[in-house]
Structures are given as structure tokens and as C-alpha cells.
Design a protein around this ligand. Structure first.
Ligand SMILES: *[C@@H]1O[C@H](CO)[C@@H](O)[C@H](O)[C@H]1NC(C)=O
Ligand SMILES: *[C@@H]1O[C@H](CO)[C@@H](O)[C@H](O)[C@H]1NC(C)=O
Ligand SMILES: *[C@@H]1O[C@H](CO)[C@@H](O)[C@H](O)[C@H]1NC(C)=O
Ligand SMILES: *[C@@H]1O[C@H](CO)[C@@H](O)[C@H](O)[C@H]1NC(C)=O
Ligand SMILES: *[C@@H]1O[C@H](CO)[C@@H](O)[C@H](O)[C@H]1NC(C)=O
Length: 167
């Protein structure tokens, strides 16, 4: 009996820990704007797979493109894999690796570029116990641009499908 209660407590603790997918707001309260050095912002963040990065900016003036390192270095669309335009874009970071984002409206040269390195997160540690999503919790998928970031749908689906606590 006691051991089952302990097991439950551990399971709940693990589940609570897993629920902490951080939303990294680019530029913090300065947002996604020209003439900000995002290297410093990026260096101060620790990204884990499963986190989100979000961009806040004036819709229509700026936007976000995911490119590769060549695109980032040269402010071009090289290796583009997605684009977002809502002004408040939540982009999932499902896998470890380096991600590059630029503004596609000519403001990349004015500093609107950010490179981030994502460390392995809870989804890379093998079988885990996942928490159920909180009722009525914000569903970040609502802000995704359909088709722009194929991994997004997969991650959100995985989160939903994994919402089973087995004891
Ligand atoms: C941005 O800041 C980084 C250090 O955080 C520095 O190495 C880099 O030279 C800066 N870039 C510009 C364009 O000032
Ligand atoms: C990074 O964090 C340190 C410590 O909190 C702070 O002093 C520094 O200003 C931050 N740098 C940037 C670019 O946000
Ligand atoms: C892009 O930048 C890299 C350096 O980061 C350079 O080697 C390469 O030639 C550039 N490519 C183009 C097409 O400008
Ligand atoms: C980025 O993508 C372009 C176009 O597909 C390609 O030519 C370039 O080699 C890629 N750069 C890197 C660093 O993978
Ligand atoms: C932006 O993404 C949409 C799909 O969401 C795609 O149709 C469009 O071609 C993309 N634009 C560029 C310039 O990559």
C-alpha cells in the first residue's frame, strides 16, 4: 500500500516535471525588431527539445523564416523550411540541433536573425510517463501555420497521444 502511494507520488512528480515546456520569447520584452543583437539573448537561454520559441512583432511589418546556416549567415532564404506571419508565432522545437530564424522582409541585415541550439529534452530519454494536458490549456497548435513546419503537428499529436499515466 505504502509503496503504491510512493509510486504514485513519484509518477506525479515526474509528470509535473515533464509538463514544463518553456516558451522562449525572442528578445523578451523587446520582441522581434530591428537593431537588437539576438546573439546575447540566445546565449542567455537554455533550449530543450520540446520547448517553444515565440516571436512577437508587428504583423505585416516583419515575419519569421526558418532557414539553414547559409541563409542565416547571408540573410537569404537558403534552406528555408518554414515561415510564419501572424505577429505572435509559436514555433515548436521538437528535436535537438541548431535552428536559424531570420526576418524575410529585408530586416535581417538590420539584425533580425537568431540562431539557437536545442539540447536533448524529455522526449529523447526513452519511454516516459507523460501528464495529461490541463483542461482548457492553451493549445499552441492554434497559432501554427499549417504546413509550414511539418514537425509541429507531429509533436502536438504526440503530446495528446501520450496523455496516459500508466501505473
Ligand atoms: C552581438 O553580441 C555578441 C556577444 O553577445 C557579439 O559577439 C557580436 O559581435 C555582437 N554582434 C553585433 C553585430 O554587434
Ligand atoms: C544575460 O544574462 C545576464 C545575467 O542575468 C545579464 O547580466 C545579461 O545582461 C544578459 N544578456 C543579455 C543580452 O540579455
Ligand atoms: C554565405 O556565407 C558564408 C559564410 O558564412 C559564405 O561562405 C558563403 O559563400 C555565403 N554564400 C553566399 C551565397 O553568399
Ligand atoms: C542551405 O541550403 C542551401 C539550398 O538548399 C544549400 O545550398 C546550402 O548548402 C545549405 N547550407 C547548409 C549549411 O546546409
Ligand atoms: C510560406 O509557407 C507557406 C505554407 O505555409 C508556403 O506556401 C509558402 O510558399 C512559403 N513561402 C516561402 C517564401 O517559403
Amino acid at each position: 500500500m505504502a509503496s503504491k502511494a510512493l509510486l504514485l507520488a513519484v509518477a506525479v512528480a515526474v509528470a509535473a516535471g515533464c509538463a514544463d515546456a518553456t516558451d522562449h520569447i525572442v528578445g523578451a520584452n523587446r520582441g522581434w525588431n530591428p537593431n537588437i543583437n539576438y546573439s546575447g539573448w540566445s546565449a542567455n537561454q537554455t533550449f530543450y527539445a520540446g520547448d517553444l520559441i515565440s516571436f512577437r512583432y508587428q504583423k505585416g511589418t516583419h515575419n519569421v523564416f526558418a532557414v539553414n546556416e547559409t541563409g542565416y549567415d547571408n540573410c537569404t532564404m537558403a534552406g528555408v523550411t518554414g515561415n510564419w506571419t501572424s505577429g505572435k508565432d509559436f514555433i515548436p522545437l521538437p528535436d535537438p540541433g541548431t535552428y536559424f530564424f531570420i526576418c524575410g522582409n529585408g530586416f535581417c541585415q538590420a539584425g533580425m536573425k537568431v540562431a539557437i541550439t536545442v539540447a536533448p529534452g524529455i522526449f529523447d530519454l526513452g519511454p516516459q510517463i507523460y501528464p495529461p494536458p490541463a483542461p482548457g490549456a492553451d493549445n499552441p497548435s492554434a497559432s501554427f501555420t499549417a504546413g509550414a513546419w511539418p514537425a509541429a503537428a507531429a509533436v502536438v499529436t504526440a503530446l495528446g497521444a501520450a496523455a496516459i499515466i500508466a501505473l
